[in-house]
Ligand binder design. Structure first.
Ligand code: PXP
Length: 239
């Protein structure tokens, strides 16, 4: 039985396209919770292209489930996180020119830096998740740096161009999940998951939570936000 955490960034993306005050990701977060989501995620990017500081402040005040702040491990964001105190921070790589997060974090290559960031966030009472590719070495590094959770990057699987490729990439995710379980890390997964490609994850019972945004906001255009969230909750709760 897995949980759904809804990423509300794209609600803010639509708002920012007009530069006005609607649609509001804070209202969407409340609706997602009413529809059964057990967590809300927002990514405060350095360029503020979608979520704004105001959104994070209001989400912190209003989210009743768990607030997960995705962010780059840079000083500005660390300061904001320590002040805002989300329940959880997910550390992600961030490049200004990317459309969305493109790959997992290189924890292995920067262990001293990430150990320090984890310590500072945990001292502030915040759980820390590392967004990593399904690579055992990165998962082990996340554990060594003191991470509580690994979020396995499912984006490459989601973008597979053939069934064979999807099978191959899914088996990497399965192997990564086994490594994370052995290391006693809590396990989440996300990126690029939709109402079809998520079904296969029913085989991986160790994954506790799915972080999903784009496909839910896309479906919401046709069926409404609450229904779009409810349909995804129904899918993952049976895993
Ligand atoms: N997990 C992480 C770390 C992400 O950066 C994103 C995208 O913001 C997601 C999950 C959700 O991905 P999607 O919007 O493709 O569902």
């Amino acid at each position: 039985m897995a949980r759904l955490a809804v990423n509300v960034d794209h609600v803010a993306t639509v708002r920012q396209a007009r530069g006005i005050d609607e649609p509001d990701p804070v209202l969407a977060a409340g609706m997602a919770e009413l529809a059964g989501a057990e967590g809300i995620i927002c990514h405060l990017r350095e360029d503020r292209r979608h979520i704004q500081d105001r959104d994070l402040e209001l989400l912190r005040q209003t989210v009743k489930t768990k607030l997960n702040l995705e962010m780059a491990a840079v000083e500005e964001m660390i300061g904001i996180a320590i002040k805002a105190k989300p329940d959880l921070v997910t550390l992600v790589p961030e490049k200004r020119e990317e459309l969305t997060t493109e790959g997992g974090l290189d924890v292995l290559g920067h262990k001293a830096r990430y150990s320090d960031v984890v310590r500072r966030l945990k001292d502030a009472g915040i759980l820390v998740s590392f967004f990593v590719d399904p690579d055992p070495a990165q998962i082990e590094a996340a554990k060594e740096c003191g991470g509580d959770i690994v979020e396995i990057h499912t984006g490459h699987y989601s973008e597979a161009k053939s069934e064979e490729e999807a099978d191959k990439l899914f088996s990497l995710i399965g192997a990564a999940v086994n490594v994370a379980e052995k290391m006693e890390l809590r396990i989440s997964a996300g990126h690029g998951l939709n109402y079809v490609n998520v079904k296969r994850f029913g085989e991986l019972h160790q994954i506790e939570e799915y972080s999903i945004g784009h496909s839910i906001v896309a479906r919401a255009i046709y069926v409404g936000f609450e229904q779009a969230v409810r349909e995804m909750v129904e899918l993952v709760k049976n895993f």
